[in-house]
Design a protein around this ligand. Structure first.
Ligand SMILES: [Zn+2]
Ligand SMILES: [Zn+2]
Length: 157
């Protein structure tokens, strides 16, 4: 699996590898993600920052406004500006990797659909994947191994 988890930006300056599968994969249909991607939803793989190996290039953090007021940095290729991953909440140790930048984005299908209240009406959700109107309680949805990993990097719940 992990050898499928390489990706990069549009111009090729930034290349990276995920050293393990992510903790969880979000398909987020919120309005912020729609605006920031110019698309119907975003695909975010949640993974520890130290499990991302940069093979070339160095993404630059770009701050974006949020409704909550909490910091959101989108790390972009300094040359072509492709969005590579996000840091929500200024935590540093956790990244939300844009699954579409993988060489094989089919490697990481969504584990959950969130903010479906603003899902575009022509997007049909698959059966068997949890879906939530807004955010959700990860403690009841994530596998224990993923919760343990998150606790290990965040030091809390
Ligand atoms: Zn680039
Ligand atoms: Zn979102």
């Amino acid at each position: 699996m992990a050898d499928r988890l390489e990706g990069g930006c549009a111009c090729g300056a930034v290349r990276y590898r995920l050293n393990s599968t992510p903790m969880f994969v979000h398909c987020c249909h919120c309005r912020d993600c729609q605006r920031q991607t110019g698309s119907a939803f975003v695909l975010n793989a949640l993974i520890e920052t130290d499990r991302i190996t940069l093979l070339s290039g160095r993404p630059e953090p770009v701050p974006v406004p949020t409704d909550s007021g909490r910091p959101h940095l989108i790390h972009r290729c300094p040359d072509c500006r492709t969005a590579m991953w996000s840091d929500y909440g200024g935590r540093g140790v956790l990244r939300f990797v844009r699954v579409g930048t993988l060489d094989d984005p089919s490697a990481l299908p969504p584990d959950v659909h969130i903010y479906t209240r603003s899902k575009l009406p022509w997007v049909a959700l698959p059966t068997g994947v949890p879906a939530f109107e807004a955010y959700y309680d990860s403690k009841t949805v994530w596998p224990k191994a993923s919760l343990d990993r998150r606790r290990a990097v965040l030091g809390t719940g």
